[in-house]
Design a protein around this ligand. Structure first.
Ligand code: PEP
Ligand code: MG
Length: 590
């Protein structure tokens, strides 16, 4: 039966494929594809994990038998029998093998996928005793996963999916070529990064706001995504056909052939539109009245530099360095590793500037899921970004030295997130001096950097004089600026309707920052999601913005808006919008 689930439209486009539910497990599970020739070794790995657990249970059974009849816990013996039976169940094993053979899932992924399928069947059972066997199954799956831990090689394999197959072919196809759509209750930014190089055609999560970091990574991957879809991970079943309408924020489950045909058409239209935009690749971004505009890219990993170049970016306006720090069980990258990564980004940009932001972890970007500290009820207001760096000077100095060293290989701008206090600015500058002295003492070469501050806390936007005195440039982080101005958690879908880039207070802070920066001859960029939103390009131009940093995939669409704009004419209009009681309505009226 066809049904629709509504969420938030965070990444545009249409994706059609089969649902892959990422089961939540207490054991970290890697999800990657194996090569066809790796199928048998993968099955062997699964079998040896299972056999290890079978042996373990046998040993336990033996020790129970050796106990006296009084101390031998009867229930434990019965439980172990059930576990053994489940482990040796041929049907379970052949279903798991099916996921490995047909879909090329790694063994852990195959196992948790099948767990998800069976868990649903258990949930639907009338018999309470049988329903409770679900917990046993979860336990044995977890034991097998633990037994396999350390034997996997989570190298994500790129595969060519059958993007050009007809919908009819796809429906008949049960092979590895079917596009896959990932559905999860939640995905951490680190999970997203792991999936970044994989083959998913789209993402759906139950939770998350429009500028949550999961949404941001989905946009940077340029694939359709819907977040805040509430019960999606419970309503959609493994392998269901789903359509993501990323423009509307809607997920259609089990679509009829008419709906499939309609969305197939939409998909092709979008491809055509993309093709048309490609013609603007080498056109300079200049408004009709001759105002030059800088279009920069936001990246998460050094390897994204080539994507930025291919998209026509004239530099990187935001390299979110924290992605190098995440998902490593708290083991932070050292100076050399960071230096190599920054150098790769700098060299990748072939002489164009790269703005490296110092690490911004905390809030919805924990270093590691297992390290997430739930005791901090309000992480967005806690030890995050520069606060975290200043709290760990050795870590901060390591990063600063690595960035300074990378600056010997090309133009590097160093950007500091979440500053609000004069004391934080002073400490940051002192650490930077100290990092230079350390490199001098070691005789290690390094280069000059332009120093920038992110304006993403209202307090910073209201004390610009301080920032303009100490920094060469400013970059407005509108994602956080909106969050902190309106007291709306950007990751919380339940208040997403109040997250409003067009609130007059937000526009005022953005406009003032641009105006004061320009008045002092300092560059001001916007690197939050507002910069890549084509519906806001004209407004930002009218407010005086001349530097936009966004996901590479957005660059050409924003450029098209710029080429059609007359900046001088937009200025009085933008002022009117900003001063209106309801700016969104004022914009729509003109
Ligand atoms: C922002 O806050 O707008 C920004 C660009 O930084 P991040 O999204 O990484 O917090
Ligand atoms: Mg921010």
């Amino acid at each position: 039966m066809t049904f629709a689930i509504h969420g938030l439209n965070v990444s545009r486009g249409v994706a059609i494929g089969r649902a892959v539910l990422v089961a939540s497990s207490r054991v970290d599970v890697a999800h990657y594809f194996v090569q066809p020739h790796e199928v048998q070794p993968e099955i062997d790995r699964l079998l040896s994990g299972r056999n290890a657990v079978v042996d373990e249970i046998h040993r336990l059974q033996e020790s129970i038998t050796n106990m006296g009849p009084k101390e031998a816990p009867h229930e434990l013996g019965a439980l172990l029998d059930v576990h053994l039976m489940l482990l040796q169940d041929d049907e379970l094993l052949s279903s798991v093998k099916h996921w490995i053979t047909k879909r090329l899932y790694n063994a852990e992924w195959a196992l948790t996928t099948q767990l998800e399928v069976i868990a649903r069947q258990f949930d639907e059972m009338e018999d309470e005793y049988l329903r409770e066997r679900k917990a046993d199954l979860e336990q044995i799956v977890e034991r097998v996963l633990r037994a396999m831990k350390g034997t996997s090689s989570p190298i994500v394999v790129h595969q060519q999916r059958a993007a050009r197959k007809s919908q009819q072919d796809l429906l008949l196809d049960d092979t590895v070529d079917v596009p896959l759509i990932l559905i999860a209750h939640d995905l951490s930014p680190a999970d997203m990064l792991q999936f970044k190089q994989s083959v998913f055609a789209g993402f759906i999560t139950d939770v998350g706001g429009k500028t949550s970091h999961t949404a941001i990574v989905a946009r940077s991957m340029d694939i359709p995504a819907v977040v805040g879809a509430r019960l999606a991970s419970q309503l959609v079943r493994q392998d269901d056909w789903v359509i993501i309408d990323g423009d509307a924020g809607v997920v259609i489950v089990d679509p009829s052939s008419i709906i499939l045909a309609e969305y197939g058409f939409k998909q092709r239209q979008r491809e055509l539109e993309r093709g048309r935009l490609q013609r603007l690749l080498h056109t300079p971004a200049v408004t009709m009245d001759g105002e030059k505009v800088e279009l920069l890219a936001n990246i998460e990993m050094p390897e994204d530099a080539h994507i930025a170049l291919k998209a026509g970016a004239v530099g990187v306006g935001l390299f979110r360095s924290e992605f190098l720090f995440m998902g490593r069980q708290g083991r932070l990258p050292g100076e050399e590793e960071q230096y190599q990564a920054y150098k790769r980004a700098v060299e990748g940009m072939q002489g164009l500037p790269v703005t490296i932001r110092t690490v911004d972890v905390g809030a919805d970007k924990p270093l590691d899921e297992s390290l997430r500290d739930d005791a901090h009820l309000n992480p967005a207001l806690g030890l995050r970004a520069i606060r975290w760096s200043l709290a760990d000077p050795a870590m901060f100095l390591t990063q600063l030295r690595a960035i300074l060293r990378a600056a010997a290989h090309g133009k590097v701008h160093l950007l500091v997130p979440m500053l609000a206090h004069a004391s934080e600015i002073r400490q940051t500058l002192a650490h930077l001096d100290h990092a230079r002295v350390m490199l001098d003492n070691r005789g290690v070469p390094y280069g000059p950097v332009k120093l920038g501050a992110m304006i993403e806390i209202p307090a910073a936007a209201l004390s610009l004089r301080l920032f303009l005195k100490h920094f060469d440039f400013l970059s407005i982080g509108t994602n956080d600026l909106i969050q902190y101005t309106l007291a709306i958690d950007r990751a919380d879908e339940s208040v997403a309707h109040l997250y409003d880039p067009l609130h007059p207070a937000v526009l005022r802070l953005v406009a003032d920052t641009i105006a004061q920066g320009r008045a002092q001859g300092k560059d001001v960029a916007v690197c939050g999601e507002m910069a890549g939103d084509v519906s806001l390009t004209r407004l930002l131009l009218g407010l005086g913005l001349r530097s936009f940093s966004m996901h590479p995939a957005q660059i050409l669409a924003v450029k098209q808006e710029i080429l059609r704009a007359d900046a001088a004419k937009l200025a009085p209009w933008a002022k009117r919008v900003m001063e209106a009681e309801d700016p969104a309505r004022e914009m729509a009226a003109n």
